[in-house]
Design a protein around this ligand. Structure first.
Ligand SMILES: [Zn+2]
Length: 233
């Protein structure tokens, strides 16, 4: 039970502080400090933009994108116009960049979005966009260094679960995952357990959560959506 509470972002008991206001699973935090030291030896200043995110926050993100209270952008950071898409298209656009609540790898505390503070000015506004990590972006050197370590299985247990575009979730060069801990949670993610939560029913601790705004659209195609947008590897 504890495993699925953690997997769905409903528990914080396994977390430690990894940076101001950021929390991560304990082993992940330790492994990241080692990776950070090795990065520093190369002149990089690895920083974390996002670590643990809980279930309720993910519901708010998804619901706000659905209603248009939060902008929805494409892969090049162009804002998309809700009026130009039908409900199904809009849902698919949202899910390319935002996970269904309970299915985000950020719930586990094992996944981090990272950047290199040594490559930009102090007032740089991080976008987490492919171009920043591409060949002409500021983080290209750090990205190349890290990718080489990962290819040699020498990155302290970290890998990139969204390195390639498989047609579902967009590629995220900034997103790294601590595999030894992440493996514990990925099998706990199931639509059967999530649908009651999405309906607003109480979780295993008796807490209720805001229902998903577009649940009627999701329920009939939940197997397809899980297959397409929930990356398990
Ligand atoms: Zn991420």
């Amino acid at each position: 039970m504890q495993q699925s509470l953690i997997a769905f972002g409903l528990s914080r008991e396994h977390l430690v502080s990894i940076a101001p206001d950021l929390w991560a699973e304990g082993e992940t935090a330790s492994a990241f400090q080692v990776l950070r030291r090795r990065a520093a030896e190369q002149g990089f200043d690895l920083r974390i933009a996002s670590a643990f995110r809980d279930y309720d926050r993910q519901v708010r993100i998804i619901n706000d994108k659905w209603t248009g209270d939060r902008p929805v952008a494409d892969g090049e950071d162009r804002l998309l116009d809700r009026a130009r898409y039908d409900d199904d298209q809009w849902l698919n656009l949202i899910l390319r960049f935002s996970a269904l609540p309970g299915t985000s790898r950020h719930h586990w505390g094992t996944d981090l979005d990272i950047w290199d503070a040594s490559a930009v000015d102090e007032d740089y506004r991080l976008q987490l966009e492919p171009s920043e990590y591409g060949p002409s972006g500021p983080f290209s050197k750090m990205t190349r260094w890290l990718n080489e370590l990962m290819a040699a299985d020498d990155a302290e247990g970290f890998f990139k679960p969204y390195a390639e575009d498989r047609g579902g979730i967009a590629p995220e060069a900034w997103h790294i995952s601590y595999r030894p801990a992440a493996l514990k949670y990925q099998d706990a993610v199931s639509a059967e357990l999530l649908i009651p939560l999405w309906r607003g029913e109480a979780d295993a601790c008796g807490n209720v959560h805001e229902p998903l705004a577009m649940l009627e659209l999701i329920e009939p195609q939940v197997d397809y959506l899980m297959e397409r947008f929930v990356a398990v590897q």
